[in-house]
Structure formats: structure tokens, C-alpha cells
Design a binder for this molecule. Structure first.
Ligand code: ADP
Ligand code: MG
Length: 499
């Protein structure tokens, strides 16, 4: 071989070596990047850990905060608002009643006929009406006039035949799912708007009175007899079906809970007298906070960038509005620090692009090749070419977020049971009769709990795990759909002057 040939061969060898080195380097880097993605998920999982020991600390913290919120106004992040509801429906309510539901995804008007015995509903009519952006941010008068005229049209359409005495004033249950300082069962002052509503001249006003005035103006002979929020409606409906129901929890876009408390435990209102000796307390538990909650850097940045920083801390870890967003934040960091989601950094940087129902659909994809995950990534996030193992890692992130949310909500529920002595922890003093715990029902409502079966399973499982096998069989979580509509109507029946 001549010198030139030798040089060429040597050159080829150098080139081959260089290519091989580049390939090995690429593989090592890519493995390292994959390793980085796995490490991020592992770190996140550890930070989200909810051992039963930690959950019990959350249970205790919830019970302590409930005590503090009942002891003094502003004594806790839990507002523990009075509702003046002292008697819950028991299935004997009778007649046709109306309800309005404002504060959920839709505004609704309902007409419901109760049979008078055996917890039976004879007819149930509903009309849904979107509330425009203009109404949500306009004036108090515009909003309540719109509600009253929608109700009037509904009554005129549905009334014939059912109402024998048309001139008698009709009673209305009004579910208004915003923080309200209640003045009586049928009146209350709006503390602040949430969920995108912002009607400045309504804050500090009695919303039932606003509605009564608007109804009078439209010539509708109707009056608010029960002003409640959606959790109270849910508790009422739960109790209508099952008198062992003592608390209600909503886990939908947001989260909240209420329960039946002894009036003598409501220390901040000395001398509060009710016929039953009890009163429903609206906890506003979305604002619960405890240092025992497993908080991650993703939760902190979500909170920092939210319009209500330092508020609704419990809700931001639990409810439907936020779960998809927490997942998105983790995926975004993974996209930035690894190459497992090719070219996805930009698309994953948009807050709230990953909505919770889509996240749930990915989590619940049980196809062996995670086809649904791939489809959702492509169709909704415009991210393609994600490998199967990366899709598996993504599902694991969804699982971590949902499991933590469900288990924290479970700890909250057991916290309420502990406060009212139904968790079995205090033996005979805790409502046990003849050594046996009392049967206890918690009504649960909300799209996240009802529509997301893995969330529901995790929650139910955690309640049983925290309570232990001796007490768990006595505690039942019961789905109670439409507490905010039907529940308000049954409360109108229970508090009707026509009863
Ligand atoms: P609202 O809270 O507005 O009264 P819902 O109780 O119906 O309404 O809850 C709706 C919320 O529940 C949605 O915003 C979504 O976050 C969540 N959700 C509804 N369906 C599902 C589902 N199938 N999987 C996961 N989350 C769901
Ligand atoms: Mg709702």
C-alpha cells in the first residue's frame, strides 16, 4: 500500500472513530437525559408522599383548625361560617319547590316535587343557563335582574297543572356558592367573589335581598326561604335520603365541606340557640393550611403565580381546577431538562393547557401501548413522537398528583369525623353506643369525585386506611349528586312557611 493509500485508510479510521464517538456520546447523553427525567419524577414522588402517619397528622391539624375557627372570628384559616340551618330534611318534605343554583359551571333553575314520605321525588325539572362574561363582571342589578327574569320564564312554562293555588307566594331555595356571612337561614352578605365573578357593587350586600327585590320587580311572587352554598345543599340532600348523614364534601372545580356541629361548640357565638341544639357549619375548607401538607416547588410556583396567592392552599392541591396544572408544571420541567418530550417546552409552558379531565383520561388509559395518552398529547397539546416509556412516566406523574390529592381530601374528611367524635379515636366518648361506633354517612359531590374513578378509589381507600379496620365499616361515603340544585329545593321545603 502506498503512502497516499495509508493516509486515506488512517483518515477513514479516524472518521469512523469520530462517528462512533459521536454516537456513543449521544447515547450516553440521551441516557443521562432520560435519567434526569426519571430523577425529577422520583423527587416529585418523594415530595408528595402521603404515608398514613402523615395523613393522621393532617387529620389532627384539620380537627385543631376547626376548633380554632369555631373559637374566634379569624382564629384559623378555616372560616367555619354559620349557616343557621339547624334542621335537616328527613324525607317527609312535601310539595313543589323551586331552587336556583349559582356558582357552579352553569347557572340553573329547578322545580322539584317532593312526595311527602319515604324520601321520594316525584318530578324534577331543570333549566341550565350560561352566565355571560359581561354579567359576571357587570353590576349587581344586571345580574339579579337576569336571574329573576330567567326564573320567571321558567315558572311560567313549568307551573301549569302543578300549582293549585297560583297566587300563593312560592318558596325558593337559593344556592349561592361563594363565601357568604350568613345573617339568618334566608339572608347573608357576600364576603367576596370567586371563580371569575367580579361584581364590585355586590360585595357586602345581602344577596337574598338583592334577589327578592329583583323578583318583586319582575312581578314574580316568590321569596328566598333558604340561602345556602353547594356543600350545605349536598348535606341537606344526603340527610333527606339518609338521616345518618353528618357531613358533606364537594370536590369539583373547587373543594369545600360542611358538617353538623353542636351549637355549644360554636364558642365564637355565645348563646346561639337552635331548636335542635345543632347547626350546620360551612368550613370553607379549601383555605385549610397545615405544615404537614406535602408541598412541592411546583405547588409553590402555582400559588405564586395565582391571582389568590396564599389563599385556598388545600384546594390548590386537591381540586379539579388545579390537578392538571400541577401535572403540566412537572411535565414542563421534564421537557426542559430532558429530551423525553421532543420540542414540547413551548407547548407545555402555557398555564392551564392541561385540563384535569384530560389528565384523568391519560391516567385512566389502560391500553397496553397507552394509545389514548399519545392521542391526547397530539390532539390537545400538539406534542408528537413521545416514546412509550416516556408516556408511562407521564402517567406516573398523573398518578402521583391524583393520589396525593385524594388522600389529602380523605384526611380532611377524617379530620371532620374526629372533630365530632365519629372517627373512633376517643372510645366511648366519641359517640359509641354499647362499644360499637355509630353509623356515619358523608355525602360527597363534585365532578372530580364522581367522574374520576381513580381519584374516588384512592380517596375511599385512604379513608378506610386512616380509620382502621375496626371503625371503617361504620363510615360510608355516599355520592349525592346535585346537592346544589335538588338540595336547595329540599331545604326550601324544610324551611317553607307553607309547611
Ligand atoms: P362545579 O365544581 O363547577 O360545580 P362539577 O362539580 O361538575 O362542577 O366539577 C367540574 C370539575 O370537575 C371540572 O372542572 C373538572 O376539573 C372536574 N372533572 C369533571 N369531570 C371529570 C373527570 N371525568 N375526570 C376528572 N375531572 C373531572
Ligand atoms: Mg357544583
Amino acid at each position: 500500500m502506498g503512502g497516499a493509500g495509508l493516509g486515506l485508510a488512517a483518515g477513514c479510521a479516524v472518521l469512523t472513530c469520530a462517528i462512533a464517538a459521536v454516537m456513543v456520546g449521544h447515547r450516553v447523553r440521551s441516557r443521562r437525559r432520560w435519567g434526569r427525567a426519571v430523577a425529577l419524577v422520583r423527587e416529585f414522588e418523594e415530595a408528595c408522599a402521603t404515608s398514613v402517619g402523615r395523613l393522621r397528622q393532617v387529620v389532627d391539624a384539620m380537627a385543631v383548625e376547626m376548633h380554632a375557627g369555631l373559637a374566634s372570628e379569624g382564629g384559623s384559616k378555616l372560616r367555619m361560617l354559620l349557616t343557621f340551618i339547624d334542621n335537616l330534611p328527613d324525607g317527609s318534605e312535601e310539595g313543589t319547590y323551586y331552587a336556583l343554583d349559582l356558582g357552579g359551571t352553569n347557572f340553573r333553575v329547578l322545580q322539584i316535587q317532593f312526595s311527602g314520605k319515604g324520601s321520594m321525588i316525584l318530578t324534577h325539572r331543570v333549566q341550565r343557563q350560561p352566565i355571560s362574561q359581561e354579567l359576571m363582571t357587570g353590576t349587581r342589578e344586571e345580574l339579579f335582574n337576569f336571574i329573576a327574569s330567567t326564573l320567571k320564564q321558567f315558572v311560567q312554562r313549568e307551573d301549569d297543572g302543578i300549582d293549585q293555588i297560583p297566587d300563593v307566594r312560592k318558596d325558593l331555595g337559593f344556592t349561592f356558592s361563594f363565601p357568604v356571612r350568613q345573617l339568618s337561614v334566608s339572608s347573608g352578605v357576600l364576603i367576596k367573589w370567586t371563580k371569575g365573578f367580579s361584581i364590585k357593587d355586590a360585595v357586602g350586600k345581602d344577596v337574598a335581598q338583592c334577589l327578592n327585590e329583583a323578583m318583586l320587580k319582575t312581578g314574580l311572587n316568590m321569596r328566598v326561604v333558604a340561602l345556602v352554598n353547594d356543600t350545605v345543599g349536598t348535606l341537606a340532600l344526603g340527610h333527606y335520603y339518609d338521616v345518618d348523614t353528618v357531613a358533606a364534601v364537594i370536590i369539583g372545580t373547587g373543594t369545600n365541606a360542611c358538617y353538623l356541629e353542636r351549637t355549644d361548640a360554636i364558642i365564637k357565638y355565645q348563646g346561639l340557640l337552635t331548636n335542635s341544639g345543632d347547626m350546620v357549619v360551612n368550613m370553607e375548607w379549601g383555605n385549610f393550611w397545615s405544615s404537614h401538607l406535602p408541598r412541592t416547588p411546583y405547588d409553590i410556583s402555582l400559588d405564586d403565580e395565582s391571582p389568590n396567592r396564599n389563599d385556598q392552599g388545600f384546594e390548590k392541591m386537591i381540586s379539579g381546577m388545579y390537578l392538571g396544572e400541577i401535572v403540566r408544571r412537572v411535565l414542563h420541567r421534564m421537557a426542559e431538562e430532558s429530551d423525553i418530550f421532543p420540542d414540547a417546552v413551548q407547548n407545555l409552558s402555557v398555564p392551564f393547557v392541561l385540563r384535569t379531565p384530560l389528565m384523568a383520561a391519560m391516567h385512566e388509559d389502560d391500553s397496553p401501548d397507552l394509545r389514548e395518552v399519545g392521542r391526547i398529547l397530539e390532539d390537545h397539546l400538539k406534542i408528537s413522537g413521545v416514546s412509550l416509556k416516556a408516556r408511562r412516566l407521564l402517567v406516573r406523574v398523573c398518578d402521583i398528583v391524583t393520589r396525593r390529592a385524594a388522600r389529602l381530601a380523605a384526611a380532611g374528611i377524617v379530620g371532620i369525623l374526629k372533630k365530632i367524635g365519629r372517627d373512633g379515636s376517643a372510645g366511648v366518648a366519641s359517640g359509641r353506643t354499647k362499644g360499637k361506633p355509630r353509623r356515619t354517612v358523608v355525602a360527597v359531590e363534585g365532578g372530580l369525585y364522581v367522574g374520576y374513578s381513580m381519584f374516588r378509589d384512592y380517596l375511599n381507600e385512604a379513608v378506610a386506611e386512616i380509620l382502621g379496620e375496626e371503625v371503617a365499616p361504620y363510615v360510608c361515603l355516599r355520592v349525592c349528586e346535585d346537592g346544589s340544585g335538588t338540595g336547595a329545593a329540599v331545604l326550601a321545603a324544610a324551611y317553607s312557611s307553607n309547611r
